[in-house]
Design a protein around this ligand. Sequence first.
Ligand code: ADE
Length: 233
Amino acid sequence: MKIAIMGAMPEEIAPILEQLGEYTTTQYAGNNYYEASYKGVELVIAYSKIGKVFSTLTSATMIEHFGAQKLLFSGVAGAISPTLKVGDLLVATKLSQHDLDITAFGHPFGYVPEGAVYVEADRELITLSQKVALSMNKTLQEGIIATGDQFVANEERKNWIGTTFGADALEMEGASVAVVCDALNVPFFILRAISDAADMDASFSFDAFLETSAKESAAFVMKMVDAIIEQNV
Ligand code: ADE
């Protein structure tokens, strides 16, 4: 079995590479891919760079070129739901692109013909993640994630995304990774730890909490890998 572990920024995968210690590095399609054997499974790890285009390229490469059969995403997000505070963990139940807009043709936000407003994440991996959370004595919220090529630092935009998509958090890669995995029939899991509240203080909060929140998320994702191996999911 080969599992992809993906982030968007170096800080999001650094704790995973640190835990593994030994890995090989392959350069491909303008990016570095790190490979390691771990408890009898193969891992391919990479950060994509920020945004929907780079994350599409990296997730597709991990599947099509490196042969990943499951994909786990680890990173940080801005909170929309007031129940989410800095450091809290959120797993996506479904994801949408908040900046996809052909409403001029009568379509809903986030929709293009032959696509769908939401892509659903893998239920089996979400169920497993709740068992992992229990074993770690952590609370793992489930919710909708909205993705777009914007760092949102604006209460009005954040509230619009929350209302329009029913979203609990926002970030810049999840929905594009979801589209790729869904199209290629690869079960995926998008985990985010909150770094900010997507408001006027967001950039300061993001800088202050990127590293600690990314570590929270990465530690959880490695426990997910253990659980996938142990429970043969
Ligand atoms: N990732 C973390 N915080 C974010 C924000 N406020 N906007 C977009 N992506 C984010």
